[in-house]
Ligand binder design. Structure first.
Ligand code: GAP
Length: 496
């Protein structure tokens, strides 16, 4: 299990510039978040490696970037106008709104008649220990009656063009998937792909969640990394219908992607949707769950959407969205396997899993053991003495050189021990220290050795490396994936 509670991660994120509350100086907006200098790097790294691994390195995938605002009929065809709803109830007194299924499980406020109306907060689902009452009124204010449940559509409505009239109503997309379905034929014609092939997209999605929360886990504006993988359902693969076999392959691919970049397999498990849980378009859906501090929750979903979406869009648009199977000489509507991941949830899981506290020489060390490909800053250049002009100049020069290839930071605002701790806490895998031996000491007639110390974050081992070798060393460590122990074996150890 991760050592981190949500509070610890929220505090780290704010303190070190990963995530801020949106519009904080105005009191914050309900569940929207801003990514700070380190957050935006981590986020970009997640998206970059996802795109590289699932699009660029495969020969059966292409990419797409569709617009957020789409023709309103898209959402009628997809079922979102009619089905993308949650039942909710309103308090007649304080006007707060709750998801109907959650009002009964929340902690509730109670003015107890058996204790002269004293106010108590009682655990969700439990009775008052004094009067034995169970909750009937608003869980928040404890006074108002709740309305009967009403369906509430989670899509954000807006108007296209200068006139706010019904004809101009459109929606902010609640998933990126539909942009892919409506472009299926465009991509097919443009790329002449044969089934099976997939179209990937990364982009913002918006949902007017009634109960957002748990930091960036559930927000109203978030980003998705989605793949729609089109399969010929008449084909056989691994002795089964191709859509079923591809579904299992994608489940395994997604799970191993998250563990490859650092998630502990013990913190991941699969959840099969059964009965009512299954969306109206799905033949089978499996969620990949992560053990978040608030319990096991969905990190991503992998659904078999069958031919539902393409058929719906064909029906509503009047355009054929079929594929011609040359072998069987037949037109067919492909089935779709959809691995759909949230960037923000992935970022939260990577942070939680990487966070560790340990004791080093009697002091607490906080370290984010982020995979080097995810780490926001790859290298920190730290001068040992900032009073020595040659040390500072060499440090700046090195940062400039290394920054051409990797995000490199120069910091001389504290003593070296403190600077190391700061970098450990944000997951920087390597620190480069410039010291007197590097530049020499003219007063003592000593020449510099032109070497710097590289310190590795996880082992805290240090090696002494000629400055001329730095690009080669970091190329091996950060680009070629060579292990620290292998690289370190080629250089003398430096004192810690
Ligand atoms: N196209 C399928 C689809 O959108 P979903 O399970 O509703 O399926 C997919 O969403 C993923 O998007 C989720 O597993 C989660 O990672 C992310 N996601 C969904 N709603 C979110 C929200 N309100 N805040 C943050 N991430 C969310």
């Amino acid at each position: 299990m991760s050592a981190a509670s949500m509070d610890v991660i929220v505090s780290l994120c704010k303190r070190r510039g990963f995530v801020f509350q949106s519009s904080e100086i105005y009191g914050g907006t309900g569940s929207c978040w801003d990514y700070g200098p380190l957050g935006v790097e981590l986020r970009n790294n997640i998206k970059r490696i996802w795109w590289r691994d699932f699009v660029q390195q495969r020969d059966d995938m292409v990419g797409l970037d569709a617009s957020i605002l789409m023709h309103p009929t898209v959402w009628k065809a997809s079922g979102h106008v009619d089905n993308f709803t949650d039942p909710m109830v309103d308090c007649r007194e304080c006007k707060r709104r709750f998801r109907a299924d959650q009002a009964g499980t929340m902690d509730w406020t109670h003015y107890c008649p058996a204790t002269k109306g004293n106010k108590f907060t009682i655990k969700g689902g439990e009775r008052c220990p004094h009067c034995g009452a169970s909750r009937t009124l608003c869980p928040e204010c404890g006074k108002g009656e709740l309305t009967a449940p009403r369906q509430f559509n989670l899509m954000f409505k807006t108007f296209m063009g200068p006139v706010e009239e019904d004809a101009a109503v459109t929606y902010l997309r609640p998933e990126t998937a539909q942009g892919i379905f409506v472009n299926f034929d465009n991509v097919l014609q443009a790329t002449r792909r044969k089934l099976p092939f997939g179209i990937a997209q990364i982009g913002k999605a918006f949902r007017n969640e009634i109960t957002p929360g748990n930091f960036i886990f559930r927000s109203r504006e978030f980003e998705q990394m989605e793949i729609e993988y089109f399969v010929n359902p008449h084909d056989q693969l691994d002795g089964r219908p191709a859509d079923e076999a591809w579904h299992d392959r994608w489940i395994a691919e997604c799970q191993s992607w998250f563990t490859r970049y650092g998630l502990d397999p013990a913190n991941l498990k699969l959840h099969e949707h059964l009965g009512d849980e299954l969306a109206h378009y799905s033949k089978r859906t499996v969620d990949l769950l992560y053990r978040f501090p608030m319990g096991w929750n969905e990190l991503m979903g992998i659904a078999n959407r069958t031919d539902f979406d393409l058929k719906q869009h064909a029906k509503f648009s009047g355009k054929s969205l079929t594929y011609f199977d040359e072998e069987r000489k037949e037109h067919l509507v492909p089935f779709v396997i959809e691995p759909s991941a949230g960037v923000d949830r992935a970022l939260l899981a990577f942070l939680l899993d990487a966070y560790q506290e340990e004791e080093v020489r009697g002091e607490k060390r906080v370290v984010l053991r982020l995979h080097p490909e995810l780490a926001p800053i790859k290298i920190a250049v730290l001068p040992l003495l900032k009073k020595r002009a040659e040390i500072v100049a060499t440090g700046h020069d090195l940062r400039h050189r290394l920054a051409r290839r990797w995000l490199t930071l120069y910091d001389d605002t504290a003593a070296i021990g403190r600077l190391y701790r700061r970098q450990d806490e944000v997951g920087t895998p390597y620190c480069v220290t410039v010291d007197v031996k590097t530049v020499g000491d003219p007063d003592k007639g000593e020449a510099g050795d032109g070497k710097v110390t590289i310190r590795e974050r996880d082992t805290m081992q240090q090696i002494r490396v000629p400055m001329a070798d730095l690009e080669t060393v970091f190329g091996r460590l950060l680009d070629a994936g060579t292990s620290w122990s292998e690289v370190a074996a080629g250089y003398p150890r430096a004192e810690g």
